[in-house]
Design a protein around this ligand. Structure first.
Ligand code: ADP
Ligand code: MG
Length: 221
């Protein structure tokens, strides 16, 4: 156990260092991006600039997601309605659904409240729904269910997308594990961490070729 302790301390230290590095990278990056955007207008070789901007954006995305993971606890718990939260997120993602030929339905059976950090929970739901949309490049169905099970609120986000092969399931949530060309592989890891901080559970069920269900369980007030 002493070894394990030492290891987890070392990991925590590495995490802090990495967060520091990510933070230091972000500031010059923002400046670079701004100037690149200005330069772009005057340049004839626009294609090159678009590549540079694309890559800068990617670094920004990764450092941003990484920072939100490593950030020391700035969580503010408040009592809030999951129903309201779900409808707000659904309204937001609906535009993307329309663009992607995805029909979105929200099925809510009763009114439920949890103690949560509303911004963090929104981030989780958006991460999950974004993944769902990305799994349905040819369109499909996105169904969100809210149910109660004993003292837990159960949020299910179900897509009719490509699904996840079994050998991949166990890798989900590992840092930088992504099967997408432009993925960061941090979304699920962050989401899982946030749900754990809410004393909840995070479960993914999937059938290859049929679709995926992400189930979030949160303790009710
Ligand atoms: P990213 O979206 O940047 O790849 P995530 O952590 O959000 O990173 O997801 C990790 C991986 O999990 C994805 O690359 C994908 O392979 C798989 N995944 C997550 N959600 C789904 C889903 N709804 N359908 C199919 N695969 C999924
Ligand atoms: Mg993702």
């Amino acid at each position: 156990t002493e070894d394990l302790l030492k290891k987890s301390e070392q990991l925590a230290l590495i995490g802090q260092l990495a967060a520091g590095v990510a933070h230091e990278i972000r500031n010059p990056l923002t400046t670079l991006k701004g100037f690149m955007q200005l330069l772009r207008e005057e340049m004839t070789q626009r294609a090159y600039f678009d590549v540079i901007l694309d890559e800068l954006q990617r670094i920004e995305l990764i450092t941003g997601e990484f920072l939100s993971l490593a950030k020391p606890h700035s969580i503010h718990f408040k009592q809030c309605s999951i129903n309201k939260l779900l409808f707000e997120v659904a309204e937001f993602i609906n535009i993307e659904c329309l663009k992607n030929n995805v029909t979105l339905e929200v099925h809510v059976h009763e009114f439920m409240e949890v103690m949560c950090d509303i911004h963090q929970l929104k981030q989780v739901l958006l991460n999950i729904m974004k993944n769902a949309l990305e799994a349905m490049p040819k369109g499909g169905e996105l169904n969100i269910h809210l149910k109660r099970y004993e003292q837990m609120a159960i949020i299910q986000v179900k897509d009719s997308g490509i699904g996840i092969p079994e050998h991949r399931l166990k890798h989900l949530g590992e840092p930088f594990y992504s099967t997408k060309e432009k993925g960061t592989g941090l979304g699920l890891m962050i989401s899982n961490k946030i749900i754990k901080e809410h004393k909840g559970n995070f479960v993914i069920e999937s059938i290859e070729g049929e679709g995926t269900s992400v189930i979030l369980e949160l303790p009710l007030v």
